[in-house]
Ligand binder design. Structure first.
Ligand code: HEC
Ligand code: HEC
Length: 339
């Protein structure tokens, strides 16, 4: 005979397990950029549909690839990203993860395709290797950690995932522009014009690596002295202050992502873009993308040795605290994050 007092408790337990234990959380979704409000809702929908068609969804992401490019396992990259990057950089790579509002500088919004620490000229996309290096080393003096202990395959696949999010964002803004000007989204044109336009910028960067114009000389106290003079006469001190600390009242600017920024305190002992002479050379010669730090490639093209003198001076400034030269506090108030 079937006795309810025997099977009922078991059934209830099973129901409970099903409800609590097996209930899966909804997977995250990519958020879409703010589509211009003047677009009618069906065009906004068309933009989103087209973007999904070309670059997939969270569960099935697709990396836009230039000819000859390949990629690593994107779902593996997504796993690493969700575990280690999303808190700051956000599910869609918009730099707006839950921690972002407490951080200065803000985590990178990848969707503009602009990256600061590149070995390519000002205004260019970075090399893929630049992104790999940043992920391994982190950005010293900011909250961007280094992931040097991650297995190589994790680093490579998370970089491809960063590229997936970045190129998706670049394409999105292009499709929005198309919808705005043509009042329609044309898949054929997206494929024949917009996607190649996004990809060309990445492939032209891969062959634009900047190498120093003259080989690195020995950096001596004489080069530091010459560098100091150049620093004061070539306009560096206008932003970085005479002592390189950036403590001038005018030192306020905005970056390409719409956040406050200011010229680096070169005495902080923490060069964000790395402290090899070559890193500092590239920051000065190439400038820093997305920020007011200009390229001096043109201004100094006839005096390549001055760039190395400036490198020597910047490195000596960076080192000064270690030698007991602690600068006095300056005029600039600490950064106050937006509410
Ligand atoms: C605690 C917050 C935080 C975490 C976690 C984090 N980042 Fe960042 N990331 C930042 C910040 C802040 C910056 C901007 C630094 C700057 O502007 O100087 C940044 C910048 C970057 C950049 C751009 C560098 C450039 O040249 O412009 C890349 C690429 C990047 N992060 C990738 C990653 C990846 C991949 C992960 C996970 C494996 C990750 N980040 C985890 C905070 C974080
Ligand atoms: C128009 C203002 C401006 C001028 C002029 C300028 N800089 Fe900068 N510089 C900046 C800003 C802003 C940053 C910080 C960029 C960022 O957000 O990481 C910076 C960053 C740097 C860095 C990178 C520091 C790091 O953390 O890696 C170096 C090196 C540097 N500047 C050297 C120079 C030198 C040398 C000159 C003169 C030849 C110069 N700058 C002229 C605004 C300026």
């Amino acid at each position: 005979m079937i006795r309810p007092d025997r099977w009922l408790p078991g059934c209830c337990l099973l129901m409970l397990v099903w409800l609590v234990g097996c209930h899966r959380a909804e997977p995250p979704r990519f958020v879409f950029s703010q589509v211009p409000e003047n677009l009618p809702s069906e065009l906004q929908q068309a933009v989103q549909d087209e973007l999904i068609k070309q670059t997939g969804t969270f569960l099935q992401p697709k990396l836009l690839l230039a000819e000859g490019e390949t990629h690593q396992d994107l779902l593996r990259g997504q796993g690493v990203y969700q575990e280690r990057c999303v808190q700051c950089h956000g599910v869609s790579g918009d730099g707006n993860g839950p921690f972002a509002r407490y951080l200065y500088p803000r985590p990178r919004d990848y969707r503009k395709g602009i990256f600061k620490f590149a070995s390519t000229p000002y205004g260019y996309r970075p090399l893929r290797d630049d992104l790999v290096r940043t992920v391994k080393q982190g950005v010293r003096g900011t909250s961007m950690p280094g992931f040097s202990l991650l297995p190589e395959a994790d680093v490579q696949s998370v970089v491809d995932y960063v590229l997936t999010l970045g190129r998706r964002g670049e394409l999105e803004s292009q499709i929005i522009e198309m919808a705005d000007s043509d009042s329609a989204v044309n898949t054929e044109e997206v494929k024949s014009d917009l996607i190649p336009a996004v990809l060309t910028r990445w492939s032209e960067a891969e062959v634009a690596e900047v190498f120093p114009v003259s080989p690195q000389p020995r950096l001596t106290t004489d080069s530091v002295e010459r560098g100091k003079k150049a620093f004061l006469s070539k306009g560096c001190s206008k932003c970085h202050g005479d002592d390189g600390r950036g403590q001038t009242a005018e030192n306020r600017g905005a970056d390409a992502w719409g956040h406050q920024t200011r010229a680096a305190d070169l005495t902080s002992g923490m060069l964000h873009g790395g402290n090899r002479p070559l890193d500092v050379y590239r920051r000065i010669f190439n400038g820093i993308n997305g920020t007011p730090m200009p390229s001096f490639a043109n201004a100094l093209k006839n005096e390549p040795e001055t760039v190395w003198d400036l490198v020597a001076y910047v490195l000596s400034l960076t080192d000064q605290r270690r030698h007991g030269n602690i600068p006095t506090p300056g005029a600039i108030k600490p950064y106050v994050p937006a509410k």
